[in-house]
Structure formats: C-alpha cells, structure tokens
Write a new protein. Structure first.
Length: 421
C-alpha cells in the first residue's frame, strides 16, 4: 500500500502552488537558455529573422499575462464560492485539485515570468544578437502554448464549479477509493473482524498525539515495525474515523521495545482536521449525500440533483459487488490486522440523508426505491439485506410526510418490489 511519505508527496503535488512554481522555474530556465545556446547560432540568422521584434512581443506578453492571470484567479475563486454555496464545501477541495485549472494558471504565471526574465536579460545585453534569435523562436513557441491554453480555459470555464460537474468529480474519486478498497479490503493486512474478540488480552494500546480524522494509514510501515519488533499490530481506527487522544488507534502485541515503537506506530497514522477521499470511500459517499440533501432543502428545491445523486450512488455501491482477483487480495502484511469497511455503513451514508430530506417528494422517493431494487438484485446477501432495510425505512418516512393517498400507494408498491427476483 502507499507509504506515508508517498501519500504526503501526492498531497503536495496536487497543491496549486506546486505546479505554478514548477512552471515558473521552467519558464525562467527557458528564458535563460538562449544565453548558453547563442554561440551555436549562425550570424546570418539575425538579419533574416529580424530578432529585434522580440522586445515588443515580450512586453505584450508580460502585460497581458498579468491581466489574464488575475482574471483567472478571480474566476477560480468564484467557482470555489459557487461550489461551496450550491454543492457542498467538502467538494471544494476537488475543484482546487483540478489539473486543467492548475495547468492554466501555471502556464499564465510561467509565461509572465518568462517574458519578464527575457526583458531583463535583453536590457542588460546578456543575449547578444544570436541569443535574441533563440529567444525569438522560444517566444513564438510560448505564444502558441498560450493560445492553446486559452482555448482550453474558455471551454473549461463552462463547467467549472457547476453542480453536475462537481458531483461527477465526487463520484469519480469515490469510485476510485471504493475500487481500491474492494481489491484490498484490509489494506493488504489480515482481517480484524471484531476488535473486542480478535485482539489478545495482552495487547498494549497505542494512543494518538492529536484529535482528528485518520486521513491515511501506512500499513507497510506498520508491518515493518511489527516485523522488526517480532510482534503484531492490531489496528482499531481506519481512515475516515474520528479519534481522540484518550482512545487507542491500535494495539501492539509482542514487540520487543514497546515504548520505542509507540512513536513509530503513531507516525503511520496521518491525522488531520478533515477527512480525505484517498483511503476513505465512505467520505465520498457522505459528500454525495450532502449534495443531495442541499438540493432537497427548501432554499434550493432541486429534486433533479437528488435523483442524479441516487443514480450515482448505484454506480458507487456496485463497485463493492465487482469480482476480486485473488492475487490482488493476497495478504501482504500478515503481522498487521485491520478491520473492514462496513457495507451497511456505506448504505447508511448514501441513503439515510436522501430518504430523510426527500421523504415528502414523490419523485425522489420512487427513484430511491428503484435504486434499492437494483442493488438488491446483486448476488450478495448483504446487498439484499441493506437494500430491503433502507426500503422499509424510506417507506416509513414517506408515509409520514406524504399527504396524498395515491402517492403513498405508489411508494408502497415500489417498496414491495425491492428484493424480488
């Protein structure tokens, strides 16, 4: 599984400042490369190309890119605000990690710095006539890159921050997390089905040093500690769960130096203020349900979005019914024990808020019953049990909210169909 340092690196790479800094350094290096290439440029090229034109072109790029970057930043902030108010604040992080937006801003900032460095170098005479030719050619390439980026940016702005686009992003990352966890339901470790029975009485607790949500669990690091110490580690808190400093996140058994290994075990649990999508498919399910709940609020009154989320929920949960390759499910860390994700909890995360907030809307109620019927037909008793349970609960809520007898009868018939073959 992904180590803690690789996970931390991926978090940094997805920050907008990282890509902008990388493009900026590349732009500066590109502007300065003409100084080192100029000895290899034939002298007659300077007159045939007319390299003096590069001064004005760089000035235009510098002034225009500063304006375009400022406009793009304001547009991006507006998209964040729109996603926060119309979708859910939990989905804003996905928009901030959008690769197209980051590439566009990085290109604009990099182009600005390229032209700025080029103007400074030209004013000092560092290029010479031959160097100006190289700078002219590179400037043409930068202009082409700017035009392509602007066209992509114009197309991308039509969907940035929109409800449907943001909901689709949440679905994609949730399915990715679900599929990854489906392939390795115990993160490559041995299963810990019931902590109260599977953990030996001699186990010693490991308490975290911070209060928050477990964002990432480095099971490979735990395995290395357990192997070196000649013992076993039993994980209590998996990614997505809230933990405090007064309850253990794990137990250790048989480690030769328990006190020394405590800090090492504790460092394998990355704890933060908010939940993360990476190893926590239930967080993605909660965010989808939040989008539906907000759409069903009286202030928004958008049952169509809730119906769309219900359809996406079917696709998310269906991942848990996909066949698993035995080689992928192989236990990699036999001395570490990890509890599974509860399928019933996933059903609760997705359907309880929708059934509660959409109980008085017949369209939402019928779509919810249809979705539960689809899920109940999977060849897995857990799907049937959870689908039937939520069908009955949703029917009870709807009967309390609906006033028209005909609507109640429609919901009853739809609920009775859940679980039938």
């Amino acid at each position: 599984m992904t180590s803690r340092w690789i996970w931390l690196s991926s978090q940094i790479i997805h920050r907008i400042w990282f890509r902008a800094s990388l493009f900026s350094l590349l732009a500066i290096a590109t502007a300065l490369v003409a100084i080192f290439v100029r000895p290899y440029i034939p002298s007659n090229w300077t007159t045939s190309i007319g390299a003096d034109a590069v001064d004005n072109v760089l000035s235009i790029i510098a002034s225009s890119m500063l304006t375009v970057t400022t406009f793009s930043l304001s547009t991006m902030v507006s998209a964040y605000s729109a996603a926060t108010s119309s979708v859910t604040p939990r989905a804003t992080r996905l928009i901030m990690q959008d690769s197209t937006t980051q590439n566009v801003l990085a290109t604009f900032v990099g182009s600005f710095l390229f032209s700025l460095v080029g103007i400074i170098a030209l004013s000092t005479g560092a290029y010479g006539e031959s160097g100006r030719v190289v700078l002219f050619v590179v400037t043409i390439a930068v202009i082409v890159l700017i035009i392509v980026t602007l066209l992509r940016w114009i197309d991308h702005l039509s969907s940035l921050g929109r409800v449907t686009e943001t909901t689709a992003r949440v679905e994609v990352v949730t399915i990715e997390a679900m599929r990854s966890r489906r392939k390795r339901p115990f993160l490559g470790c041995r299963p810990l089905n019931d902590a109260s029975f599977d953990v030996p009485a001699t186990a010693r607790p490991i308490f975290p040093s911070a209060i928050g949500y477990v964002q990432h669990l480095d099971t490979g690091g735990l395995s290395a500690i357990a192997t070196a110490g000649g013992g076993q580690i039993f994980v209590r808190t998996i990614p997505g769960q809230l933990t405090g400093t007064n309850e253990p996140v794990a137990w250790s058994v048989g480690l030769r130096d328990h006190d020394l290994d405590q800090d090492a075990i504790r460092s394998c649990f990355s704890i933060g203020e908010t939940r993360s999508f990476d190893q926590d498919p239930r967080f993605g399910a909660c965010v989808l349900a939040e989008i539906a709940s907000r759409a069903l609020s009286p202030a928004v009154n958008d049952p169509g979005t809730a119906i769309d989320v219900i359809t996406r929920a079917i696709r998310v949960l269906s991942v848990w019914a996909e066949p698993v390759d035995p080689l992928e499910a192989e236990i990699l860390y036999p001395n570490v024990h990890v509890p599974p994700i509860d399928l019933a909890g996933l059903f609760d995360d997705l359907f309880v808020p929708i059934a509660r907030d959409g109980a008085g809307i017949i369209e939402v109620g019928l779509q919810l019953q249809k979705a539960l019927r689809v899920l109940s037909l999977y060849d897995d008793d857990r799907f049937w049990q959870n689908a039937r349970r939520h069908s009955v609960e949703a029917l009870g809520r709807a009967e309390l909210q609906l006033a028209f007898a005909g609507d109640k009868e429609r919901i009853r018939r739809a609920s009775e169909a859940v679980g039938r073959t």
